[in-house]
Design a protein around this ligand. Structure first.
Ligand SMILES: [Zn+2]
Length: 211
């Protein structure tokens, strides 16, 4: 059996969420302990809780919702690359020395992967328009980050979100790549089939490449 890396943050009430988002919570509608036949819980969460995809609708009123997304981009070969940059804009030079031949998907491993689920990084490194255009020129179809956003924390224009949408590059955020050696893997990170919302949690995994 081949090894699977689970690169998903654990969703629980203590998981750090974007400032202002409601933290994940749940309650019991039915409880075996209280004499009910089953345990039946009710969840409350932002679609951007933990490891998730951003649907284009997140920053574009006419954009697609999770239920409408083509799934091909969320399954397939992915390069995991660790970068040394701790702060500021990520640029192509941050990937110097890495073998990116044939790259279809890129998962960027930064220091934030090592943070516990409870801790929120504000000053995280973030993609730049330069890196987004560079990925598009290489034919990359998905960008995954272990940080909370593909834009700078304070960026209220969401430049990279928009540019990624324009290029048709899918977005995964808040992964955790701790303990994953750099290399090429098969990524599986499917959004839930939810209509009309702006994103979806995923169970993101990496396994040895199929080819
Ligand atoms: Zn998001």
């Amino acid at each position: 059996m081949s090894h699977i890396y689970d690169i998903t943050r654990t969703i629980s009430p203590s998981l750090a969420v974007w400032p202002g988002d409601p933290p994940f919570s749940f309650e019991h509608n039915f409880s075996i302990e209280a004499g009910d036949l089953v345990n039946l819980t009710k969840l409350k969460l932002s679609p951007h809780t933990g490891s998730h995809i951003d649907a284009p609708y997140h920053c574009d009123d006419a954009g697609a919702h999770p239920a409408d997304l083509p799934l091909e981009r969320y399954i397939g070969p992915a390069h995991v690359v660790t970068i040394a940059r701790r702060y500021g804009g990520i640029v192509p030079e941050d990937f110097a020395g890495h073998d990116l031949a044939g790259m279809e998907r890129l998962l960027i491993h930064t220091w934030t992967s090592e943070l516990p689920d409870e801790q929120w990084p504000e000053d995280f490194p973030y993609p730049t328009l330069e890196i987004v255009d560079w990925l598009a020129a290489r034919g990359v179809v998905l960008l995954g980050v272990d940080t909370p956003s593909v834009d700078q924390f304070e960026d209220d224009r969401l430049s990279c979100h928009h540019r990624l949408n324009q290029h048709g590059i899918a977005v995964l955020e808040t992964l955790t790549l701790a303990g994953v050696p750099d290399g090429v893997y098969e990524l599986v990170a499917l959004p839930l089939k939810i209509a009309d919302v702006c994103g979806s949690p995923v169970r993101a995994i990496l396994r040895p490449p199929l080819r």
